[in-house]
Design a protein around this ligand. Structure first.
Ligand SMILES: *[C@@H]1O[C@H](CO)[C@@H](O)[C@H](O)[C@H]1NC(C)=O
Ligand SMILES: *[C@@H]1O[C@H](CO)[C@@H](O)[C@H](O)[C@H]1NC(C)=O
Ligand SMILES: *[C@@H]1O[C@H](CO)[C@@H](O)[C@H](O)[C@H]1NC(C)=O
Ligand SMILES: *[C@@H]1O[C@H](CO)[C@@H](O)[C@H](O)[C@H]1NC(C)=O
Ligand SMILES: *[C@@H]1O[C@H](CO)[C@@H](O)[C@H](O)[C@H]1NC(C)=O
Ligand SMILES: *[C@@H]1O[C@H](CO)[C@@H](O)[C@H](O)[C@H]1NC(C)=O
Ligand SMILES: *[C@@H]1O[C@H](CO)[C@@H](O)[C@H](O)[C@H]1NC(C)=O
Ligand SMILES: CC(=O)N[C@H]1CO[C@H](CO)[C@@H](O)[C@@H]1O
Length: 322
């Protein structure tokens, strides 16, 4: 690379930073929801095709309807706090991602499945049969707590994950134990069986009983959350539910036509891109939309994405220069 092209490169970087900044500060951030629709529940942003209301047009269909419920917290500080629920599957919603590395994700709270735990009911993972939601294979882990157990999670299609723990010097409470299979165990999820309803089962695999008691429990959990936030098993048990990642998808057969009914945007670099895609999660082709590189907005609103063309151009130049 000679000196001229280095100067050229620097100049372009300056242009890029100048104009990118200008573009993002001079325009209001693009809408996430349809006009006159509520955009947030508590502090969770609800982008279309998800929606709260008040009108039916605010969400794509009943699967994506969000119910904004009162927290019911009795503490005055959080008296009026609102909590979003995915109404169709009755799960508390933590966040929605429209597009990340080619996937569409939501985080929800899913119950921990307890066995023989005083004051705890045995709730199985929520039944997602027929819904556009699926337990994410890559985002979640299966964890089972207690010693001398054999735990499995199965779907309608077979076993997804299973693990065995031993009872050796169990002190409880150490997260590393799950990876060693001592007093706790874990497994990654199998690839193609995550749709429908999941059932968690636990049986004793040894005669030794856990010095911590007979209470055993297991759950699917967002692996990143678990690694970052896990403190001890008692806190976890008190929570009763943990974050899990769900993939969500739009079936081309069901939704493709709706996105083709979009107003004929003159095709330019602001036009949202919808692609038909296949997924290892389902045999049906799915539809994924995104804003073109360098622009931002919610592609499902079928409005031009926002962002300056100059950004696209120079970004492109930079890539071709290198
Ligand atoms: C939004 O609400 C305003 C005031 O009620 C109304 O005039 C407008 O037509 C509504 N817009 C849409 C897209 O429904
Ligand atoms: C608050 O209580 C109402 C009535 O019992 C219930 O329908 C709602 O789901 C509760 N809210 C939450 C966030 O649990
Ligand atoms: C309600 O808020 C309290 C305090 O922030 C929190 O501990 C509790 O989990 C919330 N309940 C629900 C159902 O989200
Ligand atoms: C899950 O839901 C489907 C459809 O509603 C139903 O047919 C099935 O029996 C349910 N499975 C379980 C284990 O409840
Ligand atoms: C268990 O504890 C005993 C006594 O403290 C010790 O001798 C033994 O090495 C420990 N075993 C393991 C696997 O840590
Ligand atoms: C959109 O309009 C342009 C110009 O009128 C036309 O050439 C193009 O075929 C239209 N696209 C669609 C998808 O209808
Ligand atoms: C792209 O097309 C949309 C819709 O016709 C228009 O609003 C927008 O200004 C166009 N953008 C550019 C950079 O031409
Ligand atoms: C008392 C109490 O639970 N306060 C919480 C209210 O909500 C805020 C925001 O979520 C929390 O940070 C407080 O801890």
């Amino acid at each position: 690379m000679n000196i001229i092209s280095i100067i050229l490169l620097l100049w372009r970087i300056i242009i890029l930073s100048c104009c990118y900044g200008a573009a993002t500060t001079s325009t209001a951030s693009p809408p996430i929801a349809k006009p006159n629709c509520t955009t947030h529940c508590g502090d969770v942003a609800i982008p279309y095709p998800f929606g709260i209301g008040p009108h039916k047009d605010c969400y794509l269909d009943g699967w994506f309807q969000i119910d904004c419920r009162h927290n019911n917290s009795t503490t005055s500080a959080n008296y009026s706090r609102q909590v979003p629920f995915l109404k169709s599957v009755d799960l508390e919603l933590l966040s929605i991602v429209l597009f990340e590395y080619g996937r569409q994700l939501v985080w929800v709270k899913n119950p921990i499945t307890f066995f023989n735990c005083e004051g705890k009911e045995t709730h199985q993972p929520q039944n997602l049969t027929g819904s556009p939601f699926m337990y994410s294979q890559t985002g979640n882990r299966f964890i089972a707590v207690s010693c001398g157990l054999y735990a499995t999670v199965t779907s309608d299609h077979g076993t997804i994950a299973g693990c065995r723990s031993i009872c050796q010097n169990t002190t409880g409470g150490d997260f590393g134990n799950c990876y060693e299979g001592n007093g706790c165990c874990q497994d990654t999820l199998g690839t193609n069986a995550l749709s429908g309803s999941l059932t968690i089962e636990i049986s004793s695999s040894s005669k030794m009983s856990d010095p911590m008691g007979d209470c055993k429990y297991a759950f699917l959990v967002d692996e990143d959350w678990f690694v970052k936030n896990f403190k001890n098993f008692q806190d976890l048990k008190d929570m009763g539910s943990v974050p899990v990642v769900l993939d969500w998808m739009l079936n081309v057969h069901d939704y493709g036509e709706r996105f083709r009914e979009k107003p004929n945007l003159t095709v330019n670099q602001s036009t949202p891109i919808c692609t038909r895609s296949t997924s290892d999660l389902t045999s049906e082709p799915i539809l994924i939309c995104d804003c073109p590189r360098g622009t931002e907005g919610n592609p499902y609103l079928l409005q031009p994405c926002q962002g300056a063309q100059i950004v696209l151009k120079y970004e492109y130049d930079l890539y071709t220069l290198g």
